[in-house]
Design a protein around this ligand. Structure first.
Ligand SMILES: [Fe+2]
Length: 315
């Protein structure tokens, strides 16, 4: 049986991708941002998931404003990086997992979430930037460490889905994964945000208090976040802050109570607040003590690590 082990929240600021691609990660401005993901990359190398489900939004690359699915699931065998105006990013083609994706589509649609099925799709920085942040820089001619099932969510044109809908979709995805008959250790990403607004009179808006409160509730009391209306995201976190609803798909796919393994928050990157969190289902425990010294209380490692070893033997 497949199982979701952990959830990852990460901003997907396009300038982060440009900094990686143009060799600027050691510059002081960017070093501050990338340093916050070093522990996460060590954690991910240790965890070695079999598949990642990545919840992200397309930025008018795969979908134009002529056609905007609310939820679109990538069922293809591969997803090439999109040309976002200056050529595709120099990252590997993202390998898909058509068997798991098709299973999720069937289970979730029969659970009354009407996904759009994409058998051909390019992916933009919304997906590849968080992959770099968690997997590190990967040579264009090499391979990402694991296949990916992409789930694109409309947060670019009104009306986006509600936080409640996103959370419940996460629940349905979890049910789908747990009914997949083959052993897979799955992680799920929620990407985007945190507070930012890229145009208009409030361009440059960042609300750290709101962001940190969102992260606190995501960890401890996610059901509180389900009730936040769109207008609150727009007012408190800026026009593009609505991307944060995608983190609720990730959170809905996890247990009610989770261990917060790691958290990182910094401002700004470009004109955006960068947020990052790693949440792990308690029964799978922390993969390793290393790389998990959190700013928040972390899991008791010894017994949890032992359980992981047992789980791995079984799977
Ligand atoms: Fe975005």
């Amino acid at each position: 049986m497949a199982k979701i082990i952990a959830g990852i929240g990460a901003s997907h600021v396009p300038a982060i991708g440009a900094a990686i691609d143009n060799g600027k990660t050691e510059e002081p401005y960017w070093k501050r941002v990338f340093a916050g993901f070093e522990k996460s990359q060590a954690w991910m190398r240790e965890l070695k998931p079999d598949v990642a489900i990545i919840v992200y939004n397309d930025h008018a690359t795969a979908f134009s404003v002529e056609m905007i699915p609310t939820f679109a699931l990538g069922c293809a065998a591969e997803f090439p990086p999109a040309d976002e105006g200056w050529g595709p990013r120099p990252v590997p083609v993202v390998e898909g997992h058509p068997a798991l994706a098709s299973h999720i589509a069937q289970s979730v649609i029969l659970d009354e979430f009407d996904l759009t099925i994409c058998n051909k799709m390019e992916v933009d920085h919304g997906m590849t930037v968080p992959m770099n942040l968690l997997f590190g820089k990967v040579d264009k001619n090499s391979h990402w460490p694991c296949p990916v099932v992409p789930l694109a969510v409309n947060v670019v044109m009104y009306p986006p889905p509600t936080g409640h809908r996103c959370y419940m979709l996460g629940r349905a995805i979890r049910k789908a994964v747990e009914s997949y008959p083959h052993d897979l250790r799955v992680v799920i990403f929620g990407t985007g945000g945190l507070s930012h607004q890229i145009s208009g009179p409030r361009a440059g808006l960042i609300n750290s208090k709101w962001d940190k409160n969102f992260l606190d509730n995501l960890s401890k009391d996610p059901k509180k976040l389900m009730k936040i209306p769109h207008v609150d995201y727009m007012r408190e976190a800026g026009a593009e802050g609505i991307e944060m609803v995608m983190w609720l798909v990730m959170r809905g796919a996890l247990d009610d109570k989770v261990d917060e393994v790691y958290r990182f928050y910094t401002v700004p990157a470009s004109n955006t607040a960068v947020g990052h969190i790693i949440l792990q289902n308690k029964k799978y425990g922390a993969a390793k003590k290393a790389a998990t010294k959190s700013t928040r209380p972390a899991v008791k490692h010894k017994r949890a690590a032992a359980r992981v070893k047992v789980d791995r033997k079984r799977s």
